[in-house]
Design a protein around this ligand. Structure first.
Ligand SMILES: Cc1ncc(COP(=O)(O)O)c(C=O)c1O
Length: 442
């Protein structure tokens, strides 16, 4: 135990925490006061290993001086510029750098501030594209059960998790949902499951039911992250791509979690060798340190929207005060430099076997009913408790007490260490999981 860093319990009256049971939190606060590398520290100075890269953002670990320096320098050079009819050199540089790691041809970049904003922006760009191509009847969107695409209006409409939709029907648009790809027979599959590609046929059925020519886009998380890591069956993404091509539907990969090396390639699109038309990204875009997101689109999408516009009005009536914020761009460039200079995407690929060995070594523990994983992302399905989500909530608190930060979602926990995690720290994370998930009394 180190010296205290901050008051153990701050005044918690005023900050309403998102996606949190605030009542439980007030009773048992879980507070981080400091972070460095792959560690957090509580206000009392207790060390907690970061098994979730924060919230799947801090791929290069915490407190990177290279990013801090770039942010400070940018703040003192050009702290803010609007991007409506104005621009800053740093945003063009960042977009060009991103184009260098994106799949070939998906290299026109629109910036936002969160994954949710990227998804909403992508929805509007897809509509604008079809309108520009004289296909304004394409207004329907397809997503999947168990999908998470953020919490703005687009993401809420596309959401495949009941709690994220139930109370918000009044503000959502018409999205239809295919089945998710998980099935009982895939239990304990390591990597891409052998079975389940036929679930892509749901899209064909929707094209028959609604008319493929009414569908604007299909949104897919290449690996469904927030539900607890559902890896696409072999052949599934390829089939979805083929059906989109057949009906002229845009394919959007939401790579907010899978982008920037999580799968062992820059993007899951490259890892699975399936090219969408649009990629949304956020989180590790800036190593999580400054809020930022981006939508990358194929050149012809941007060209169609720009070419169809009349006069001197903006071609796309969409954007945010903080789109392409110079400080976020500077943080992003510094993060990309680290990813490149330290070979972190390659490191993720090299570390993945050890990571997955450790995850699949949890197989016979009393609290584990399924394991899934790919690259540096894994889902551990827990034996259900008295009510849905109760076990997940309990286990994440027990792990916190035992020194490991991890994200629980329902009765699954999502394990996603930073791509810089040293092998001995990875093993320590495994020891904590063994200890807590090995308890039969929960
Ligand atoms: C696939 C996906 N899309 C969108 C989002 C939303 O991102 P944000 O929380 O930055 O709005 C998330 C967040 O986890 C996500 O996993």
């Amino acid at each position: 135990m180190n010296a205290p860093i901050a008051p153990a319990v701050p005044n918690m009256e005023h900050h309403w925490l998102p996606f949190t049971n605030n009542r439980l939190f007030w009773q048992e606060p879980q507070i981080f006061a400091k972070a460095e590398g792959v560690r957090y520290w509580t206000p009392e100075g207790r060390e907690i290993l970061d098994g979730a890269s924060g919230l799947f953002c801090c791929a290069a670990g915490h407190a990177r001086p290279e990013i801090a320096d770039a942010v400070h320098k940018q703040l003192m050079t050009l702290d803010y510029t609007p991007h409506f009819q104005r621009a800053a050199p740093v945003s063009f540089e960042f977009a060009e750098r991103l184009a260098g790691i994106l799949p070939e041809g998906i290299d026109r970049v629109f910036f936002g501030n969160s994954g949710s904003e990227a998804v909403d922006s992508a929805v509007k760009i897809c509509l604008a594209y079809h309108r520009a191509k004289g296909q304004s009847q394409r207004t329907r969107f397809v997503s999947r059960n168990w999908a998470y695409h953020g919490v703005n209006m687009g993401g809420t409409s596309l959401a495949g998790m009941v709690n994220n939709r139930r109370d918000f029907g009044a503000v959502t648009f018409d999205a239809v949902h295919m089945r998710h790809t998980w099935a009982e027979e895939q239990k304990f599959s390591r990597g891409q499951p052998e079975t389940g590609a036929d679930r892509a046929d749901d899209l064909e059925e929707m094209c028959k039911l609604y008319g493929g020519e009414t569908i604007a886009a299909v949104f897919i998380e290449p690996i469904a992250g927030s539900i607890g890591t559902i890896v696409p069956p072999k052949g599934y993404l390829e089939k979805i791509r083929a059906i989109c091509d057949k009906y002229g539907i845009l394919l959007v990969f939401d790579e907010v979690i899978t982008g920037f090396g999580r799968t062992g390639s820059a993007f899951a699109s490259q890892e699975f060798a399936v090219k969408p038309d649009v990629i949304t990204m956020a989180k590790a875009l800036t190593n999580g340190v400054i809020p930022m997101s981006a939508v990358a689109v194929k050149r012809e999408i941007q060209a169609a929207v720009i070419d169809a516009a009349q006069g001197d009005r903006p071609e796309l009536f969409h954007g945010y005060t903080y789109s392409a914020h110079p400080v976020a761009c500077a943080a992003g460039i510094a993060a990309l430099n680290i990813y490149r200079d330290e070979g972190l995407f390659e490191r993720a690929k090299a570390l993945s076997p050890q990571f997955l060995d450790m995850v699949f070594g949890l197989r016979n523990l009393p609290q584990v009913v399924d394991l899934r994983g790919y690259g540096m992302l894994a889902g551990i399905q827990l034996k259900p408790g008295a009510t849905p989500g109760a076990k997940g909530s309990l286990v994440q608190r027990l792990l916190f007490d035992a020194g490991l930060h991890i994200k629980a979602t329902g009765d699954a926990i999502i394990f996603a260490p930073a791509l810089v995690t040293p092998e001995d720290d990875m093993a320590r994370m495994g020891d904590v999981l063994q200890k807590v998930l090995g308890r039969a009394d929960l």
